[in-house]
Design a protein around this ligand. Structure first.
Ligand SMILES: [Zn+2]
Ligand SMILES: [Zn+2]
Length: 206
């Protein structure tokens, strides 16, 4: 499994390139800006992008979706509850960043529970609403990509439309903290961490 991180856009969202080492099939998780940098990294890694997966519909995680799709032909996936954020700068919050992010509709809508095959890797889609209604985490091998649901030492905001703090904490406890302690957490912003570390020290989920 290949995992590369690239902080993108004005909010430094983590865009991840996830790829199967054998087949080089890849997924771009959260292309939230800096499309050229993402495309350069894909070239450098010599991987074949098959999917673009958005952990949720906020602009800092989706802004470069159309440009990466146009250059790679990858299929765009997002949870159905966040799908309309793609075409709505109010809902994806880009208007508040002084941008106007309006994207084409996603190619496939998720609802949680799907298994996405990427070469020899199996990506499990875990629905964890609370930051947005359509927030997902992606579990693969001993890693989980958590978007703005869970960060090192923190959790996502729930004061945006569609946010729900209690639901977020419940989802983190029931769906993420039950993963093996050594599971590597790749969040939507900031450094990576481990499930064990967050279970013990994250002040928001004690
Ligand atoms: Zn967000
Ligand atoms: Zn974010």
């Amino acid at each position: 499994m290949i995992v590369e991180v690239l902080p993108v856009g004005q909010l430094d969202a983590n865009c991840y390139i996830l790829a199967c080492e054998e087949t080089k099939e890849a997924a771009v998780i959260d292309p939230g800006g800096d499309a050229e940098d993402i495309l350069n990294l894909l070239n450098l890694l010599a991987v074949k992008p098959k999917y673009i997966i958005c952990t949720h519909g906020h602009a800092d995680h989706i802004a470069a979706v159309d440009r990466v799709k146009a250059a790679t032909g990858a299929k765009v996936l997002v949870h159905s509850a966040d799908a309309e954020m793609f075409g709505n700068p109010q809902k994806n919050l880009s208007v508040f960043l002084g941008q106007n992010v309006t994207l084409q509709p996603a190619d496939q809508l998720l609802c949680g529970g799907e298994i996405i095959k990427l070469g020899s890797l199996e990506l499990e889609v875990i629905s964890v609403p609370g930051h947005t209604e359509g927030g997902i985490c992606i579990k693969v091998e001993n890693a989980v990509f958590t978007g703005d649901t869970l960060f090192a030492g923190s959790v996502g905001r729930s004061d945006f439309p569609g946010g729900d703090h209690r639901q977020l904490i419940k989802g983190i406890k029931e769906k993420l903290l039950v993963l093996p302690g050594e599971t590597r957490v790749y969040p939507g912003h900031g450094p990576d961490t481990l499930i064990e570390q967050e279970k013990r020290h994250n002040p928001f989920i004690q």
